[in-house]
Design a binder for this molecule. Structure first.
Ligand SMILES: Cc1ncc(COP(=O)(O)O)c(C=O)c1O
Length: 461
């Protein structure tokens, strides 16, 4: 599909260059090149200010637009809701808020309460506040510490960043609040224990070691991504989750699963944790909840967690004294309801699982074609990564400039947008990231694979 661009966007480009501060971007380059402005999107294609069509294999850059662009069904539902009732603070209920909570909980056996806010960072902050308040109310101020894992990311606000396992995201933004403690990553390709047969169990046991070192009575929560996203698309090794769950139960540690990327279908199930039989105490989600049609995030808890905040009505401090102004926007749950309907009506979870396998195979073909530099293909559903190295024998990471060169070549040469781990871990921003919309077809994915193949042949020549 080719869109006609008769408009002159030069004024927009200049306004952007003069006044917009872009996310995660060093701006010096815009003194000589134009910033890219995305004008329009349909399905998994977007068009820039010059009318150039791009296949977006990143769902909006950061794993967000799961159902694809241009969904009038969602826009109509949001519009209808906004003219009827756009906002009321979350201390009251709203029709879409109640309906979406009910629908969401129907997909999450064992969970029962939905707390609305408006970003992934904020959803995680709520979970941390819940842990802290339980520490005060139930454990006499003990069990305040929250464990997070090396390489994981949980958001950009200062406390969310304190719980981030990525040195480059955290660097220069400290000091951070106390009580956030790192546990080792679970990337078997970069095993900390040598070549072992039970890596998953050992990686989980490493969490227990941290708990024992800190004192189990000081640790109240453990936050983990089901599949690590920006830290390198890390799927958990066999045996890992079973052991993690055991450890959490043994030491009475609340397990918080960060589904901000995996949530709402990205891995081929409603939630990433559902692949691994995990029973979380809290689940946070944002990006795919409404596919970016409205800002919405959720902190979902079990009834047991929720009950701890209502069992003492005589204590004026005992309930969850938290508010998120925009958590009361009705556009979020209205969009989320339609988003979920599309995922179901179009069988997008099944498509995601099938197309994910297809794309995994395509990446393996690329790996076979470039065996010296293709370290490992990883991922689940349409959430995939290819870790690039200088030499498969030594596993030394490929230079970041070359990794970024491949991303740039896909964009310039093939008009395909792919991603790569970016300013996450010093020396380890070497994984190409793919997260196309869940509507993607084999021919879309062939186009992505051809673009990567061509880029690797040119950049690594
Ligand atoms: C796993 C994970 N959690 C949390 C966040 C933070 O979400 P937000 O940018 O909406 O605050 C992100 C963002 O990329 C993420 O990848």
């Amino acid at each position: 599909m080719d869109l006609q661009y008769e408009n002159d966007y030069s004024g927009i480009v200049e306004a952007d260059r003069a006044n917009v501060w872009h996310h995660l971007t060093q701006h010096k380059k815009f003194e000589t090149v134009d910033p890219l402005i995305i004008i329009e999107g349909k399905g998994n294609r977007v068009w820039n200010q010059k009318g150039r069509e791009h296949l977006d294999a990143t769902s909006g850059g950061v794993w967000t637009v799961n159902v694809g662009y241009g969904r009038t069904q969602i826009a109509d539902a949001v519009r209808d809701q906004l003219v009827k009732m756009n906002y009321f603070a979350g201390s009251m209920g709203t029709i879409p808020g109640a309906k979406f909570a009910e629908r969401l909980i129907s997909k999450m056996p064992g969970m029962s309460r939905v707390y609305y806010s408006n970003s992934g960072s904020e959803a995680n902050e709520k979970a941390y506040k819940i842990v802290r308040q339980i520490s005060h109310n139930k454990f006499g101020g003990k069990k305040q510490k929250i464990l997070y894992r090396s390489r994981d990311y949980h958001g950009t606000t200062i406390a969310a960043l304190a719980s981030g396992g990525q040195d480059q995201r955290k660097g220069q933004y400290g000091p951070f609040p106390d009580g956030f403690i790192e546990v080792p990553h679970c990337l078997e390709y970069r095993s900390q224990f040598g070549d072992v047969t039970d890596y998953g169990v050992q990686a989980a046991n490493a969490i227990e070691e941290v708990i024992l070192r800190e004192g189990a009575d000081t640790v109240g929560g453990l936050v983990l991504e089901p599949v690590t996203a920006g830290g390198g698309v890390i799927t958990p090794p066999a045996g890992y989750w079973e052991r993690v769950q055991e450890i959490c139960k043994k030491y009475e540690i609340l397990l918080i699963i960060d589904e901000v990327v995996c949530g709402l279908g990205r891995t081929g199930t409603w939630f990433g944790y559902q692949h691994y039989g995990i029973e979380p105490d809290m689940v946070t989600m944002a990006k795919g909840v409404a596919s970016g049609y409205a800002a919405i995030s959720c902190t979902v808890t079990t009834e047991a967690v929720f009950d701890m905040f209502k069992d003492n009505p005589d204590d004026p401090m005992s309930f969850f004294r938290d508010i998120s102004t925009f958590g009361g926007c009705t556009g979020g749950p209205a969009a989320a309801l339609e988003n979920m309907k599309i995922l179901e009506d179009e069988n997008l979870l099944e498509n995601c699982a099938q197309m994910g396998e297809y794309m995994f195979g395509k990446l393996e073909e690329i790996q076979a074609k470039y065996p010296k530099v293709s370290g490992q293909v990883r991922g689940k559903g349409l959430f995939l990564g290819l870790e690039l190295v200088k030499d498969v024998e030594t596993r030394e990471p490929l230079d970041e400039t070359l990794v970024q060169g491949i991303v740039a070549d896909c964009m310039q040469h093939s008009a395909v947008i792919i991603g790569a781990t970016n300013r996450s871990l010093a020396g380890f921003n070497n994984t190409l990231c793919l997260s196309p919309a869940l509507i993607s077809t084999k021919s879309d994915l062939d186009e992505v694979a051809t673009a990567i193949d061509g880029a690797m042949s040119r950049v690594l020549a």
